[in-house]
Design a protein around this ligand. Structure first.
Ligand SMILES: Cc1ncc(COP(=O)(O)O)c(C=O)c1O
Length: 377
């Protein structure tokens, strides 16, 4: 049987990971400034994480959500404390799209409404509702196009109020820093006013922190910089450091009811063990502070490179914008300098999403490689 060919692949086969590095079959070492698409939070194969997973699978890897699972409670308690979101409840699932799907569904149950507002350049996943609120028509099948959704420009408050006033909007879903969409943020005033407007018109605010959450921006959640209180926060990527786990944090104003959400695999024992280990390492190694510190270093180093025209993002969710399209530069960095980087919908932007335990010495390696690669430009 062949694989269903939906991914354009680089001809590289990583077989081992260690901290901020991955190794291919021939033992070649790559610096991972992509984090497997913002997934690797505490570093590849972190020893405490590996031990926690091995221990758990030796005891009990899985049982269904029809019985008590104290690991889910431990995960919720640690997540609440570390994120400062103790007044939320946690529902566990398996991926980012699934988290958003559940968030949209819950907002619709709670409000009795069905229309969703999303933003230009937003990305929320590939399942039915999540892709319907994603700004990329090429990945929506006709089946996905029947949802009631409205796309708005970022930072346009009058347009938002005009829609919310109709009082048929279940939720506004947003990425505080667009990931795939090029790392722009709306203004602080916009976030504050949009959040108040949602409350005024009975619309649920959903912060999609699938990529920006779990310390990637230097805050536990990216929206926390703006002092707003979304009713639902969706999480995945960094949550399991590669183990598939996602979830939504739900404000206490939204009441649970048996049966409205559910999943077979979500919150299983093994996933929880991985998730708990991730939180313990984030806390012990002070990775939020590291993300903030390393951003300052990236700023400093970027200023030495005249071809970098603009720096986007915060923490370790960074975009370096050049005055030329970077596809060839990315390949040069990967194949000739052994550095993984990312791209975004802004074709001139190199996206940097490393593990949160990256150190200055690794960034020095990257900037040396970048300088050398740029000699060709
Ligand atoms: C902001 C955001 N939301 C949702 C998703 C979808 O997550 P998943 O691929 O785990 O379904 C992604 C994935 O890139 C994302 O960046």
């Amino acid at each position: 049987m062949n694989l269903f060919d939906v991914y354009p692949l680089y001809d590289i086969t990583p077989v081992k990971g260690d901290g901020v590095f991955v190794y291919d079959e021939a033992g070649k070492k790559y610096l991972d400034l992509y984090g497997g698409h913002a997934v690797i939070s505490i570093g590849h194969s972190h020893p405490e994480y590996v031990e926690a997973i091995i221990n758990q699978v030796g005891k009990l890897g899985f049982y269904s959500n029809s019985v008590k699972n104290p690991l889910q409670e431990e995960l919720a308690e640690k997540l609440g404390r570390l994120s400062g979101c103790e007044d939320y409840a946690l529902f566990l699932c398996n991926s980012g799209a699934e988290a958003n799907e559940n968030a949209l569904k819950l907002a619709s149950f709670h409000t009795g409404r069905s229309r969703i507002i999303y933003f230009e350049k937003g990305f929320h996943g590939r399942t039915s509702g999540a892709v319907a609120v994603t700004d990329n028509e090429s990945i929506k099948a006709p089946f996905n196009k029947n949802h009631k959704v409205t796309k708005l420009a970022f930072d346009d408050l009058p347009a938002l109020e005009k829609e919310l006033q109709k009082e048929d909007v279940a939720a506004l879903i947003f990425e505080v820093i667009r990931g795939v969409g090029g790392l722009e943020e709306a203004s602080a005033e916009y976030y504050k006013a949009a959040s108040e407007m949602c409350k005024k018109y009975g619309t649920i605010l959903i912060a999609d922190e699938v990529q920006s959450g779990y310390g990637r921006t230097g805050d536990f959640f990216g929206f926390q910089k703006y002092g707003i209180h979304p009713e639902i926060i969706s999480i995945a990527k960094g949550m399991g450091n590669g183990f598939p786990i996602g979830g939504i944090l739900i404000d206490e104003a939204i009441k649970p009811e048996h049966g409205i959400l559910g999943t077979t695999f979500g919150g299983n024992h093994l996933a929880c063990a991985a998730g708990i280990a991730v939180l313990e390492v984030i806390e012990k190694e002070n990775l939020l502070q590291n993300a903030e510190n390393q951003f300052e270093y990236v700023k400093e180093k970027s200023a030495e490179i005249p071809q970098i025209k603009r720096l986007y993002g915060r923490g370790l969710m960074i975009g370096l914008e050049f005055d030329f399209e970077i596809a060839a530069l990315r390949k040069e960095l990967l194949f000739n300098h052994k550095v993984f980087t990312g791209a975004s919908s802004n074709k001139k932007q190199l996206r940097i999403l490393p593990p949160l335990n990256i150190q200055k010495e690794h960034l020095d390696t990257f900037f040396e490689a970048l300088k050398s690669a740029l000699e060709k430009y």
